[in-house]
Ligand binder design. Structure first.
Ligand code: GH3
Ligand code: MG
Ligand code: MG
Ligand code: MG
Length: 347
């Protein structure tokens, strides 16, 4: 257990807090991770009484639950506003400074788009009007103190189930069902975010539009089901060459959009060519037969000095991708404002 407030050197808030925050620095492109791969539940215990915090923390440790503990509402809000926050909060009502109700209200005002935070209020108060107040402030459940371990465990089980359900729904709403890549709306949202960020920080981002060559032939010769398998494998290969902050999504039927933050046009074109090579290198085996596919790619780069919107960059990537088709397929073309296109041939 990470107790950020307990006494003694092992419980020093900075030391223990750091490892938690360092782990949180690993960002994901979307708030919704694949439900099977995600750490479904991370618990935050907010309790100002050291004895109570220690007691509840000991239960959580005994049940093998990933958790961190703090002793004030202010610390809780700070942790919840950091990247990859805990998603189930056991929240004491009476706290110094920000109390449990204040924390609830703050959590519910967080910008939408983050993962849902499930709140269980822990309190000695048990009058009906208090319950209503907690629920109105945004609490999902309520547990009377002193905490009974069986009741606590039951409440946590319900919370876990709700969080799993929420994550499945969130993943389904933001990802393509066939390839598990980001869907069109999400990759466009990621492009918008990256475009704003690259403008703010004055750093380029490479945008790549990749289209499978002669994909219709795969469907025509091996069947639509084989085509689906090929799309899944191409998606896997596209993803396998990306860094932590790169994003890829299914833009259309057999078209994919890749965003490489921080890559200028030279690096972006080189990386596009590496990805292109990787996709076409090995044949793809499907239960319906083996085939090989290649991709044509159009590359452009965002820049704060050009008066462009994201649809302009998408248009540039599209124009370049069509130039790659025209120039023989299985190649990368880079958009250039001066000549419209500069070639980046087969490798
Ligand atoms: P080009 O090299 O010019 O891109 O040729 P192409 O055959 O890839 O392009 P075209 O636009 O003629 O055909 C795209 C094909 O992709 C047609 C469509 O049936 C197929 N397709 C789109 N989405 C899916 C899908 O989800 N599954 C399968 N199996 N096929 C799909
Ligand atoms: Mg208290
Ligand atoms: Mg196409
Ligand atoms: Mg195609």
């Amino acid at each position: 257990m990470l107790d950020k407030n307990g006494p003694g050197p092992r419980d020093h808030p900075e030391g223990l807090g750091l490892s938690f925050l360092a782990r949180d620095l690993v960002k994901t492109p979307s708030a919704c991770q694949h439900p099977h791969r995600a750490d479904v539940m991370k618990i935050l215990l907010v309790e100002d009484s050291y004895l109570e915090r220690h007691k509840v923390g000991a239960y959580l440790t005994e049940w093998g639950l990933d958790h961190v503990a703090v002793g004030s509402g202010t610390e809780a809000v700070k942790l919840l506003e950091a990247p990859e926050p805990p998603n189930l909060v056991l929240l004491d009502w009476m706290l110094p400074g920000l109390d449990g109700i204040d924390v609830c209200r703050r959590i519910r005002k967080f910008p939408s788009g983050g993962a849902y935070i499930y709140i269980v209020m822990l309190t000695a108060k048990n009058r009906k009007q208090d319950l209503l107040k907690a629920m109105e402030a945004g609490a999902d459940d309520y547990l009377a103190k002193p905490v009974d371990p069986s009741e606590l465990r039951a409440r946590i089980l319900v919370g876990k189930r709700i969080l799993e359900l929420q994550q499945s729904l969130c993943f389904a709403a933001t990802h393509d069902f066939l390839t598990n890549l980001l869907n069109r709306a999400e990759i466009l949202a990621a492009l918008q975010r990256e475009f704003s960020r690259s403008g703010r920080e004055d750093k380029p981002a490479t945008v790549i539009l990749a289209d499978i060559d002669h994909f219709k032939r795969v469907n025509d010769t091996l069947g639509h089901a084989a085509g689906d398998e090929v799309l899944k494998e191409v998606a896997k290969r596209l993803k396998s060459d990306l860094r932590l902050y790169d994003v890829v999504g299914r833009y259309g039927g057999e078209e994919f959009l890749i965003i490489l933050p921080g890559c200028d046009v030279t690096v972006g074109a080189r990386r596009a060519n590496e990805i292109r090579n990787l996709v076409g290198k090995d044949p793809i085996q499907t239960p319906f037969g083996t085939t090989s596919v290649t991709v044509s790619m159009g590359v452009t780069v965002t820049s704060s000095t050009r008066d462009h919107s994201i649809s302009d960059f998408l248009h540039e990537a599209d124009v370049s991708m069509y130039a790659a088709k025209k120039n023989g397929r299985n190649r990368v073309e880079v958009f250039s404002a001066a000549s419209q296109h500069a070639g980046f041939g087969q490798g």
